[in-house]
Design a binder for this molecule. Sequence first.
Ligand SMILES: Cc1cc2nc3c(=O)[nH]c(=O)nc-3n(C[C@H](O)[C@H](O)[C@H](O)COP(=O)(O)OP(=O)(O)OC[C@H]3O[C@@H](n4cnc5c(N)ncnc54)[C@H](O)[C@@H]3O)c2cc1C
Length: 336
Amino acid sequence: MEIGIVGAGVAGIGTAYELRDADTEVTLLEKSRGVGGRAATRRRNGCVYDHGANYVTPDPELEEFMRGQGDTGPVEIEGPVWTFDSSGTIEPGEERERPALTYEDGITRFAKGVFSQTDATLETETRVESIGHEGDRWRVNADEREYAFDALVMTPPAPQTAALLVDADWSDSLRGELTAAIEAVPYRTILTAVLHYPFEIDRPYYALVNTDKDHEIGWLSREECKPGHVPDDESVLIVQMAPDWSLERYGEPEEAIADASAGLAASLLDDPRLETPDWTDCTRWRHALPDEGIDDGVLTRVEDRSLHFAGDWVVGEGRVAAAFENGREVGRRLRG
Ligand SMILES: Cc1cc2nc3c(=O)[nH]c(=O)nc-3n(C[C@H](O)[C@H](O)[C@H](O)COP(=O)(O)OP(=O)(O)OC[C@H]3O[C@@H](n4cnc5c(N)ncnc54)[C@H](O)[C@@H]3O)c2cc1C
């Protein structure tokens, strides 16, 4: 059986993992240059930073799985998460119930490590442009190549999955209901600014989260609390801007987004030096986090068409652990 998986984020990798050693040929088609999707890491000037998901909060079973993955095991983030409100008042937050884990070489290591245990074929820089159904097979067009699979697993964020279904060459009584249900999943947009400083920012917390959802900044964290990410005497702030702010400024140049974020970070942390980072980076996450899940009845009903869906929007939880587990569940069903 040939199985195609659109997207090599943690959900797609989870599906491929469960299909390892099964009597299947699995191909992952991924539009970007590597695996991990929104669990993303970049490197610059000796710094490593996670500019999408900050960490994984695994349940005990997943934690054991992560710790058993060989030499490049996860590292725990030092320091608590505190809170702030729209007036900028900072307060200690609640104790973490589960450890917050990433890797010395960044959170993408998780997907890379799991992928290395599969026998799937990975086609990177391969954007799926259209899908269709012919006979018993799913046809997939990507970068002027055509693939055919016995079963197809779609893992891009709901709006991107819905767009492929709207244009699909596939007539089926469930198609309208399916597409409408997926299109209805709301996603938040987040602009992430990465701000580097050639000095330490000494604070008693790893991160701050805005609890009343009324500040321009939604989340601010210190990447130097992750072992191996930032050289001594330097600092990298990850500033995730609130969804309304992010939507308003989405089309602005990166420098303008970083400048404005640095000004807001300086004011929140009450430190004017933070207005002028010595280098910056920026990521536009159009589909950052699902605000709700989907009524999955229709997803279950289309499975007998050998069409499957996995990802954070299927479970309604924008978390790496949830997306990965959902991908694994789909893999187990396909295997069964
Ligand atoms: C700013 C931000 C902060 C976050 N913070 C946290 C956090 O601290 N902790 C946490 O647990 N979670 C966090 N999350 C959420 C977490 O990253 C996601 O829930 C999880 O990574 C989703 O995985 P996924 O596989 O479902 O989707 P994705 O990671 O989006 O994977 C889908 C893949 O499909 C690919 N793709 C899309 N369209 C196509 C196409 N047409 N053809 C081929 N490939 C395609 C994409 O490139 C991507 O690799 C955060 C997310 C963001 C954006």
